[in-house]
Write a protein that binds this ligand. Structure first.
Ligand code: UDP
Length: 253
């Protein structure tokens, strides 16, 4: 199946979508906002309908972040495990929303919890993808001191995804924050090295380095444009591709 042609309408056969936990909280400032979860599930369904095989990694920052816990005096590893458990809650919420839309989905956890979801077994996950089930990888890497960005890059490599789609609040990578700087320069493409040296915070540095080592493109796009994900998967709309190619210095915005 690894050699199957790309799905029709898409240049990609298998992709990983990474979203932060905060993308699921709507305007609430905390937790899960069911209409927002449903909206993102609809975006995923549109890509699934194109025949693309989909992996997902969802963060946990809408519920708990290890660094916050340790800043408040909690032991770091315990706090990180709480963060990982938060990602499982988000994954289950997304699974429920996708299955309500008729998209078969598996939540697969790096920390075994058999009554709740499947444990991570690479070959089994590949089989799910081949059967067009969406695989949501939960509990990050299963290890403290990591983030779900790194988990996303790890799983994307293991699943032989052709790209990571990183959904954010902005429509790509800029040289400064476009929300505060109207002159911020947009990059339609940029290299891993430039992202790291300019400290552009696309994903954390270990995730970028892991993607660079495996030449795995990262496509940064806005989660807020309706139909945006399906468009971007088909090469339409505004987005930034992070790869080995140097940036477009003119920065066409
Ligand atoms: N986490 C971890 N190991 C991992 C992934 C996540 O310890 O492999 C913990 C860490 O405490 C992190 C929290 O889970 O703060 C939530 O993940 P993340 O901060 O990546 O979520 P996001 O910012 O994407 O919502």
């Amino acid at each position: 199946m690894a050699d199957a042609p790309p799905a029709s309408g898409s240049q990609f056969r298998r992709v990983l979508l990474k979203i932060s936990g905060e993308a699921l909280m709507g305007d609430q400032g905390y937790g899960l906002h069911p209409p927002t979860v449903e909206r993102i599930a609809n975006e995923v369904k549109k890509v699934h309908d194109l025949g693309v095989e989909i992996c997902m990694v969802i963060g946990g920052g809408n519920i708990f972040r290890g660094l916050q816990g340790s800043a408040q005096g909690m032991e770091r590893t315990t706090a990180d495990y709480m963060g990982m458990l938060a990602t499982v809650m988000n994954a289950l919420a997304m699974q429920a929303a996708l299955e309500a839309l008729g998209v078969f989905t598996r939540t697969i956890s790096a920390i075994p919890m058999d009554q709740v979801c499947e444990p991570y077994i690479r070959r089994r996950a590949v089989r799910h993808l081949e059967k067009k089930r969406v695989c949501i990888f939960a509990a990050g890497t299963g290890n403290p001191y990591f983030t779900t960005d790194t988990a996303a890059t790890l799983r994307a490599n293991e699943m032989k995804c052709e790209a990571i789609f990183k959904g954010t609040q902005v429509d790509g990578v800029y040289d400064s924050d476009p929300k505060t700087n109207p002159d911020a320069k947009f990059f339609s493409r940029i290299s891993y090295d430039e992202v790291l040296t300019r400290n552009l915070r696309v994903m954390d540095a270990s995730a970028i380095a892991l993607a660079r080592e495996n030449s795995l493109p990262i496509i940064v796009f806005s989660l807020n444009a309706p139909g945006g994900l399906a468009g971007v998967v088909q090469g339409e709309g505004k987005f930034t591709t992070v790869s080995t190619l140097a940036s477009d210095q003119k920065g066409a915005a």
